[in-house]
Ligand binder design. Sequence first.
Ligand SMILES: Nc1ncnc2c1ncn2[C@@H]1O[C@H](COP(=O)(O)OP(=O)(O)O)[C@@H](O)[C@H]1O
Ligand SMILES: [Mg+2]
Length: 426
Amino acid sequence: MKLNVAVQMDPIGRIKIQGDSTFALLLEAQKRGHTLSYYTPDRLSLHGRDLVAPIQRLTVRDQAGDHFTLGEPRREALQSFDVVLLRQDPPFDLAYITSTHLLERIHPQTLVVNDPASVRNAPEKLFVMDFPQLMPPTLISRDLEEINAFRARYGAVVMKPLHGFGGAAVFRIAPQDMNFGSLFDMFAVTFREPWVIQQFIPEVKEGDKRIILVDGTFAGAVNRVPAADDLRSNMVRGGAACATELTPRESEICATLGPVLRQRGLIFVGIDVINGSLTEINVTSPTGIRAIARLGGPDTAGMIWDAIEKKRGIWSDRRPVMAWHSNRGTEISAAWLPWGRPTQTHCDMEGRVYARHAQSRLSPERLVMAKIAPFHHPKAASTDAVDQFQVPGGAIWRYRVPQTWTSRSIIELMPAKNGSQRTRQA
Ligand SMILES: Nc1ncnc2c1ncn2[C@@H]1O[C@H](COP(=O)(O)OP(=O)(O)O)[C@@H](O)[C@H]1O
Ligand SMILES: [Mg+2]
């Protein structure tokens, strides 16, 4: 079964495909055989109960200057789609908020990614304040007295608009900064909302890490190092993308956020972490997919579509996946990998399976695929492993899994007593 997908995005003719995550999502969807349609947010209308737009069939090509073809516009109700990708860029203003109100009317019958109500309720620099233990000291205010007290306590700070994006109007203010008064006045007339005043993190020169979580699980990361003469790491501001891996602290941040994001229906999220401190949870239209792929990291677009297909109940209908399981003494675990054959795998003392993907520069230790509890399914039917990897203290067998399988089926892979591998379809 294929999905009928509509994307709500800014004019597709103007995007730079090399860095555009929406485009990466469209390429992947098309590769999987899903049907793509396109409209811009300004063309959304609510007529009675029908949410309609002049929708155009879309095909995409990874070719700069010739990256798309659009069909004739046809007035269609969005209710007739399986999935709508909400992918317009900020500003997160009343137009954006209205668009979430409109899309909320069709969700979840039509799966809107991300959940429009959750997008509305999670302004990126405010939502993050739910996790003060993960953040640098931060004040949301436009009150001079509060701001002065905060500066007196924390020294150098960063001042930025609450709904800013792409590094716009981010200032570092030194403890005795002579520009502060003027900057305060300028912010006061320019931004009606409170601002973010945050302790300055000097380690930002080492980079601001963008970490992608898919349905609450770590999917990939890229470090963005600011230009020598800029505070801002954003790639649109000249930040350089570098391959990276997660520190234990960052894994802990992902583990803390994961359940909350999943519960809110925030399938595709990009968080920003500077020196182990969380500064932003991007939910409107996060980026990073293409930079991560270019640096040899995981296929985060594939993982996002896996998550969407799973939610639409068609995941098992997809291309064959490979499954691995390992034994270590009596402990048996299985893992499934969406990225094809790993070049290196190993299994740790707890039976976790680690794999290093062919193009990945991440160390196997950092790439935790899955830990699936020991499985002992008595009714397994046998099938042959494609190949086998030796790992310290055991082995990992690789299977080609039938297309009809769900991840549950893979969990139920089991070894037979004689050492030949057996499986059972769930
Ligand atoms: N507290 C801080 N300390 C040091 N640098 C910061 C801080 N906050 C932001 N920056 C720099 O400014 C950039 C943009 O800030 P961010 O809060 O991510 O807003 P935006 O939504 O514009 O990306 C960051 O990538 C980082 O380089
Ligand atoms: Mg940012």
